[in-house]
Design a protein around this ligand. Structure first.
Ligand code: GLC
Ligand code: CA
Length: 514
């Protein structure tokens, strides 16, 4: 386990929208380098950068055309190596986004694989034997190649699936995971990882990590065995490299696959979604709404068993948002966000902050870009100040990668820096508390002390610290087995008190006691 993860706090950067230094309207590596001190000042000491490789950008870069070359619009490979160095100089770490499940249809491997003549790459992707033979049960494309067969897709039409084999082979075109050509795909991906790790990268966020071996069983035996093999390579060659999976099955990802971290991702009505985004039904019952129904047990029912089952092996991680999700500002105001972040940043595991969430950037209702569709509104340019294009770029507004939020009250970094009580400065205070108190870090103990369905507050323990939380507009109280005298207040939003075994919290409050 890389030791640095214990006190890591990640900042996710969507590179095209972070900071543009050459006025072409698109964020770049130099922009990230210029803003490293800002990121560090927030208390974030690690980055996850969305795919920045050469790509036709039909899925914002998740359609990789060359795994070892960066997209020219972001700079050169040397710029990225310099970014690694500048981050390390500041005690920060950088994860790149590894997209192992599929490539772009323009990747050189795929162009070879499409050829009629058998070659080294024929089985790098999954093909049926005849162009008129459908790939039953899978999305596929036929009629595009000189090769006689149809090929499987992993996501969009532009993303043919790489071939790691089938756990249960049901058709003659399906190869087992231990077929030499499937092993060759895995080894090719390890080669990509080594390439970046050798140049100073500190690990990877792994896209669709659970999708590699097809027809896998319930326990994900095939896919997790593949990742276990990758972990063995890392332990031997790059023991400080870290891996986080986009999987949301920590038992498979962490315990079996050897990922150091897995995300608790949003999903329809799942426990994480009930915290911040429980509005699909039309009524908003998100836990952090001050008028919400306040039921933390919907989250805990899913979180606690998975946390308990995986805590010895890795970290099950919470995030404010990501590039695929509605920004939390969509339905929460800044006070609600402060309490939500206080919770997210004091839970076990490694927290992830999505760029712009520290100032409460909005979700914008805008047309799709590069395969973003509904996700596009969470990917707009970072708002640095109230100048031209919110300080993101000096280009003409119509040359921007995506429009900036032009609302009169659009939040920006400069304004929030100047306000001691801003969301941005609350994030700073919270994260510095986390760095100061080992009991708030990734592996410190966690125990639920008071959580009742339909009731508040929520009270939990991290190591020797007591954390009490009331997102609602009502004053609430609950029995807790501590006396106020022994407890010193370390952090507070709002107020509350502990008296003869009872804790009382004022509306919208979050307190940390020692
Ligand atoms: C993941 C990414 C998403 C992308 C998809 C296909 O879910 O987060 O942005 O479109 O995989 O690669
Ligand atoms: Ca640029």
């Amino acid at each position: 386990m890389p030791k640095w993860l214990k006190d890591a706090v990640f900042y996710e950067i969507y590179p095209q929208s972070f900071y543009d230094t050459n006025g072409d309207g698109i964020g770049d590596f130099n922009g990230i380098i210029e803003k490293l001190d800002y990121i560090k000042s927030l208390g974030c000491n690690a980055l996850w950068i969305n795919p920045c490789y050469d790509s036709p950008f039909k899925d914002a870069g998740y359609d990789v055309r060359d795994y070892k070359k960066v997209a020219p619009r972001y700079g050169t490979n040397s710029d990225l190596y310099r970014l690694f160095g500048e981050a390390h100089r500041r005690g920060m770490h950088v994860l790149l986004d590894l997209v192992p499940g599929h490539t772009s249809e323009e990747h050189a491997w795929f162009l070879e694989s499409q050829k009629a003549g058998k070659n080294e790459y024929s089985n790098r992707y999954v093909w049926t034997n005849v162009a008129f033979q459908p790939a039953k049960g899978f999305p596929y494309i036929g009629g595009e190649s000189e090769r006689d067969g149809v090929y499987l897709l992993n996501f969009f039409k532009c993303q043919p699936a790489l071939n790691y084999g089938f756990q249960r082979c049901e058709e003659d075109w399906q190869l087992p995971p231990d077929h030499p050509d499937c092993i060759a795909t895995r080894e090719a991906m390890k080669d990509v990882m080594r390439f970046w790790l050798d140049h100073g990268c500190d690990g990877f966020r792994v896209d669709m990590a659970g999708s590699l071996v097809k027809n896998d069983d319930e326990k994900k035996t095939g896919t997790s065995a593949l990742w276990k093999n990758v972990r063995e390579m890392l332990d031997e060659e790059y023991p400080e490299a870290a891996m986080v999976s986009e999987w949301n099955e920590p038992m498979a990802a962490i315990n079996q696959g050897g990922f150091h971290m897995d995300f608790f991702l949003n999903g329809k009505d799942n426990g994480y979604t009930t915290l911040l985004r429980d509005y699909e039904s039309g009524e908003d019952n998100s836990f952090f709404r001050k008028d919400g129904k306040g039921d933390i047990t919907r989250f805990l029912e899913e979180y606690v068993p998975r946390y308990m089952a995986t805590k010895e092996n890795g970290y099950y991680c919470l995030l404010t948002c990501n590039h695929d999700t509605m920004r939390p500002k969509y339905n929460l105001d800044d006070t609600e966000l402060k309490i939500a972040y206080a919770f997210l940043f004091t839970m076990p595991g490694v927290p992830y902050l999505y760029y712009g969430d520290e100032i409460g950037m909005r979700y914008l209702d805008i047309p799709t870009k590069e395969g973003g569709y509904a996700r596009t509104g969470s990917r707009t340019p970072m708002q640095w100040n109230d100048g031209k294009n919110a300080g993101f770029s000096t280009c003409p507004a119509d040359a921007l990668y995506l429009p900036v939020d032009t609302a009169a009250d659009a939040p920006n970094v400069a304004a929030q820096e100047a306000d001691a009580d801003s969301l941005l400065n609350t994030v700073r205070t919270l994260l510095s508390l986390r760095h100061e108190q080992e009991d708030l870090q990734a592996d410190a103990e966690f125990e639920v002390l008071y959580a009742e369905s339909g009731k508040l507050p929520f009270v939990y323990r991290r190591g020797d610290l007591l954390l009490t939380l009331n997102p609602s507009a009502e004053r609430v109280s609950a029995p807790v087995a501590v006396t106020g005298k022994e407890k010193k207040l370390l952090f507070s939003i709002g107020s509350g008190e502990i008296n003869s075994g009872e804790i009382t919290l004022e509306p919208q409050s979050f307190l940390v006691w020692k």
